[in-house]
Ligand binder design. Structure first.
Ligand SMILES: *Cc1c(COP(=O)(O)O)cnc(C)c1O
Length: 389
């Protein structure tokens, strides 16, 4: 059994993949070839977003809007502590101060009530009611942006988050790296009303290419134009007329071609993911000590991961036993961001973000992909039951 089986998908679409790749080899436009624009149009149609700017990775998709907004030193950027590093790395790379906002214990997404408390605390430079990094006490930071993450595939609570961001003048960047293909109240992620959304096409994500890739989505015409310039070294009228600082953030034509082939079956795969998650829910329901994932009302998850909670202290033994029975498992994420050495100078105590800390000790990701079969799900459940006994 594989944790994610990309070979099953490839076998299904090998013909169209080969044809798409051959077309690129034949026309030879490896950089910004016609497949890039075709993919952007396809992803706009799929999500309902007005603009799609394909780029080199999910990390660049986070970096580019922050660059466009001029985020830097003196800015406070609000982020969840329970996420992949890039969510926090990109604002920090630009010199902004990450302000951690703890997550909900059920969805693992940013808590809107705590976002408001964090903004108020930064404005007042008062950490008596909300934990702040040292930098936010020493100087007056400007609350500039918030990056909610749609963790494991389900959207954050944007109906609650967006009005708070609007009230305080924050730009909102949806980190949809794990939720592409999911939806909330009938609207696709990446088109949920945020100023911009970033997704990733890393091979293991719900929509993955065969290398690195990503995309930014926005409904804002001005921001889209800025992002297209930033993607190619801040180009102006032509690429040797640089009008701002940017990056080499282009998506390869070959990766766009591969994604176009995968888009043909992507809606069916999202459906299949619902089926597999349903089988898991059923198979794990009566295993004592196991908390299965909850999808919030209105959400359809893209199921980037199927993660359960175990009793704290049981995980390493359970993992060892499951690996012995041939069931691969993973931990996303073993360390919350506020506990990483790289952020030690922010001065957060581990207990400052109690939910992130607890979840990082209790979470376990089970094998998950759209081609998993029901008897394999039953095997995982049996292995888990035995490992916990
Ligand atoms: C994968 C991921 C990223 C980064 O995407 P890359 O394509 O690997 O650069 C950012 N945020 C989250 C939440 C992710 O899961």
């Amino acid at each position: 059994m594989q944790f994610i089986d990309l070979a099953a998908q490839q076998a299904r679409i090998r013909g169209s993949l080969d044809a798409r790749i051959k077309a690129v080899l034949d026309h030879g436009h490896y950089i910004m070839g016609p497949e890039v624009a075709e993919l952007e149009a396809r992803l706009c149609a799929f999500t309902g977003a007005r603009h799609c700017i394909a780029c080199a990775s999910g990390t660049d998709a986070l970096l580019m809007p922050l660059l466009a907004w001029g985020i830097g030193a003196g800015d406070a950027v609000f982020v969840p502590p329970f996420t992949f590093f890039a969510t926090v790395e990109e604002p920090a790379l630009l010199g902004a101060t990450p302000i951690f906002v703890d997550v909900d214990p059920v969805t693992f997404n940013m808590r809107p009530d705590l976002l408001e408390a964090a903004i108020e605390a930064v404005r007042a430079r008062d950490d008596s009611r909300f934990p702040l990094p040292g930098a936010a006490r020493e100087r007056q930071l400007r609350p500039a942006a918030v990056i909610p993450v749609d963790l494991f595939g389900q959207a954050a609570d944007y109906e609650a988050l967006l009005p708070i961001a609007r009230r305080y003048g924050l730009s909102v960047l949806e980190d949809a790296a794990q939720s592409f293909g999911g939806s909330r109240h009938g609207k696709k992620t990446c088109a949920l009303g945020c100023h911009a959304a970033a997704t990733s096409f890393f091979p293991a994500k719900p929509l993955g290419c065969y290398g690195d890739g990503g995309a930014v989505f926005t409904d804002d015409d001005g921001l889209a134009a800025l992002l297209r310039s930033i993607r190619v070294h801040g180009k102006g009228g032509d690429k040797y007329d640089n009008v701002r600082l940017g990056i080499n953030g282009r998506l390869d034509t070959l990766q766009a071609a591969i994604l176009l082939a995968k888009m043909d079956i992507f809606p069916e795969e999202i459906q299949a993911r619902q089926q597999v998650a349903g089988w898991y829910d059923e198979a794990l329901r009566d295993i004592p000590g196991v908390v299965t994932p909850t999808v919030a009302p209105g959400n359809v998850s893209a199921w980037a991961q199927y993660c359960i909670l175990l009793p704290e202290g049981a995980r390493s033994r359970v993992m060892a036993r499951m690996e012995e029975s041939g069931v691969p498992v993973n931990i996303y994420y073993p360390k919350p961001q506020h506990c990483l050495a790289v952020f030690a100078d922010l001065g957060y105590a581990p207990e400052a973000m109690p939910t992130a800390l607890h979840v990082s000790r209790a979470i376990l990701a089970l094998p998950f992909h759209p081609y998993l079969e029901q008897d394999q799900v039953r095997r995982v459940a049996t292995a888990l039951r035995e490992a916990l006994a």
